[in-house]
Design a protein around this ligand. Sequence first.
Ligand SMILES: [Cu+2]
Length: 127
Amino acid sequence: MNSLGNLVRNLTLAGLLLVVMAAPMATPALAHAIIVSSVPAAGATVAGPDIDLAITFNVRVDADRSKLTLTGPDGSSADIAILPNDSPAVLSGHLTGLKAGVYSVRWQVLATDGHITRGDVNFTVTP
Ligand SMILES: [Cu+2]
């Protein structure tokens, strides 16, 4: 093979390598879940006793394999029922009978890449 042929072959290999390396970056949907926003927002003060909860993630999450837990001002915890909604990237619930104080919602979610992530959203309820 002459030198031009070698050059063409090497450039083709380099091009293929770039495509292979770029492929994972072209599929951002396959990532673990990071919280984007929430209602109530972290650190917010909201009026009780009933509150709609919605946590939005950067990717679709598996609601059936995800878990929301509410811890109240007295330290007691309870599972939050995850309600159906229109967005696969949102977990929502409805909290009722909240007394005044600081609450924490612990979220643990399974994303499409198979990774579980978790975190907390704290907020204050006023009567
Ligand atoms: Cu991941």
